[in-house]
Structure formats: structure tokens, C-alpha cells
Design a protein around this ligand. Sequence first.
Ligand code: SF4
Length: 292
Amino acid sequence: MWGSTQARGTSSCLQGDSLIHTIPFWFKFVIETQSYCNSRCPNCMRNTEPTKSRWRNGDPIREQMPTEKVLDLINQASDLGYRGHIKFAYYSDPSCEPRLVSFVKHAREKGLLPVIQTNGALLTDELCKQLDGIVDRAIFGLSNRKPPEYWRARFPKTRDVFVRTDWEDPNAWIITHFFPQKERLEAAIKRNIDSPCHLPHMLFIIQYNGEMSLCCDDLSHLWNLGNAFEASLEELWWSEKHTEILRTLSVPGGRLNYPFCRICPEGDIDLEAEYAAYYRGTSYIGIRPRYM
Ligand code: SF4
């Protein structure tokens, strides 16, 4: 028997006793456990975004998500069957999070694969020791100033250590909505405006204040997708509104329905190829729940 669970605010259906969700599972999970970053990179959305959502009266906002909420979100993801990557930073740096080691350990215990993506400036040798082998992947981003061998020596037990060293080359900067090089930005927008966008299918982002983002550039949570302090992860991901937006963006011309997508430089991705490439060599390859 088929029955709708839309009264709970989701767009999933019941078949027998099984929940059949109408959009697939995400495969990158982000909890912004705190809002601060120690860097001021000129290309970063937190510095270029006109609403200045990470600033208050000229100073960076320094707020934490309550610890019990972070743990609850990890538990919810695990209970839903998610076993993929989890990051504890969005446009913040995880090394500015004093609770990082305890969150990483908890996520591991719950079967998830923790990842750190950081500029590395505040990662002490002691902190590296505590994280090594518990994180599945350590990514040292564009603002990293140390050579790959420095980080590989500090993370010998971590499956994947990826180090960017091209921070001085502006051509290596990722182009986001308010990228400072206008010509490159405009060319990217023009190139992608008629493409579908599958990025939001892959990313589940909860900001430090509980707000859900649609995609990496949605710092100001423009779509009002709901708040994780008031609704469950299941209700947020499979809400009718979120489902409808993802479907709209899945076809050519879908971006034209949303003002922020009309000025977006991001290209489309092939979801299955992205999943396969991202999880190659991990325990999550081939076991992603589908719920289709
Ligand atoms: S088109 Fe751009 S702004 Fe819109 S959902 Fe995709 S990545 Fe986000």
C-alpha cells in the first residue's frame, strides 16, 4: 500500500513499512559548528558576500552551535544510515573549533567518515596527533602555507592527505558568486547559465545557527529551507520545498527560476561520477543509501 507522509512535512512515501524518499540521499555533510575563520582570503565568500552574513559591526562573528545540537545532528545522520564524509566547517576553519577532536571522534564512533579542510595555521603538532587516523581525509586549502611533506609527516595514518600549494596564483582561486576578478566571474556565469545544477543534490549544509543552505554559495540561506534546531534532518532534506527546488534545478534552464542561480558561476556536475571519484578507496563506496 502506498501512503503519503506529507503531513510530517516531507515529500517521502510509504511502501509497506519502508520509507521511499523522492530525492536521493546527499553524500557530503557539513555542520558549521562555529562561525569563525582566522584567515581573510580576498577570494573567500565570507569576505566578498555583500550581506556580510559572517560579520557584525565590522568584526567577524564568533558563535558556536550548542554541543548537544552538534552531537544530535551527527546521531540523526547516522540513524538515517548515512556513513559518508562529514566536515565541521563551512566558510569557517575547523582549527578554530576547540571541540573539534570530540566531534571528530563522535562522528567516527557513529560510523561516519570525518574530514578536515583547513588553512592549517592553527593546527598544532598535538592537534594533528589527536586527529590523525580518525579523520579519513585532511585537506589543506588554498591558504595553506606549508609544503605537502610537512602535512603528510603529521598525518601518516590518515587515508588521504591533499595539499594545495598554489595560494599565490589567483588563477587557482575557486570562482564563487562575488569573485573579485569580474571578467572571469562574468564568463563563468555566461558559460553555465543554461546548465542544470546538481550541486545541491550532493551537499547537506547546516550553518552554525541551524539554518540549512542549498549549496556552498548559499551563506545567507536565501531559500529559507528550514532550521535544524526546529526540524529533523529527515524533514529538512526531504521537505517538499527542497525536493521541488532540486527538481527544478535538475533540468536545463532551471537556474533561471532563482535570482541567485542566475548569477551563479558554478558548473554542473555528474552526480554518480562525482560520488564514485570522491569515495574511491573509502568504506562508503557502493553503500550509499538510495531510497529511490
Ligand atoms: S546554480 Fe549556483 S546558486 Fe544555484 S543551486 Fe546551483 S550552485 Fe547554488
